[in-house]
Design a protein around this ligand. Sequence first.
Ligand SMILES: *Cc1c(COP(=O)(O)O)cnc(C)c1O
Length: 395
Amino acid sequence: MNVYADNAATTAVSKTALEAMLPCFQEVYGNPSSLHSPGQRAAEKLAAARDLFARRLNASPREITFTSGGSEADNQALRSAAALGARKGKKHIISTKFEHHAILHTLSALEKEGFTVTLLDIPPEGVVTAEQVRAALRTDTCLVSVMFANNEIGTIQPIGEIGAVCREAGVLFHTDAVQAAGHLPIDVEALQIDLLSLSAHKFHGPKGVGVLYARKGIPLVNVIYGGAQERGKRAGTENVPGICGAAAAFDEACEKMAEHQAYLTPLRDKLIAGLTAIPHTVLNGDAQRRLPGNVNVCFEGIEGESLLLLLDDRGVAASSGSACTSGSLDPSHVLLALGRPHEVAHGSLRLSLCEYNTPEEIDYLLAVLPEIVSYLRNMSPVWDELETGRRPHLI
Ligand SMILES: *Cc1c(COP(=O)(O)O)cnc(C)c1O
């Protein structure tokens, strides 16, 4: 059996999204900036996609900018808020220790440019609080950036409460909603969000398309310079096929959100129950306040990489953390921020489901995983030390 359980890394393009894209390659292939009819037909498609994102987020079309993905939207959001802050002499930014690297590395770059960054600690259950944000605010704070849902452990942050704290303090609030968009309801007005990033390939849209929402009145700075596309804020001929696919995928994901949530939650919970029944296994992140498709556990005495290879042999595509840190030997910064010791963090496994996964696949995962875990533990000298008491169990 083949099981794709790495939907937090990327998803398959849906039939709906593909069908929305196809005409844009050979029929409506004009450049939306061209004044002739083929160009204007492409411009109409682009406008329709922009309207759709605006409507689904409760924003206005002028507040929507298309980018090359979530990473670019994150970079542009942070740089825009930072530039606005700097003009007012405010150069302090608050974020968290478990953000995506598109945020953390942009913040490091901003630090080198003279900004001061406070990264909030992550409580053991993986949910930061609005109180933590409030306590970190300074008179020179220009931006708070807290992710909507974490990409490794799936925990959902109290975005509305943080939005309220920021609005009250007159500080811009950005959220990296890449994992949440299409999976959780998002209303930028109700949640008091000023800047928001999302990425199409995390909700069955194509790779290479992102959206930056920026509240009216927040000037964007360019990350890409060139032509006057996207009101001059993001140069480059728009990826019309990709954007149309992204809009169709987002529409479908929002339309069927409740249905997908109702389908996935019991599958997720069955998987969590089955995996945490394996001795010396712990769930990472709160059991309830998490994305409907996210399971993340640590098995003591195991290397995540060996586990992934054996799973791949059995047809299972999973991840040990995020796709971005795979290939490096450092344990996940998210699990370390959660307080997991290095040895434990190394034994992590993330299974991220989508509505294409079946109950049979969950049964298959629950059959192969305990087997592989025992096999690896039996071969491990560390496990031997743990079992004979020469080394204390940590979980
Ligand atoms: C995937 C992801 C990104 C990056 O999006 P890309 O479109 O791949 O650049 C940013 N933030 C989070 C939380 C993500 O999961």
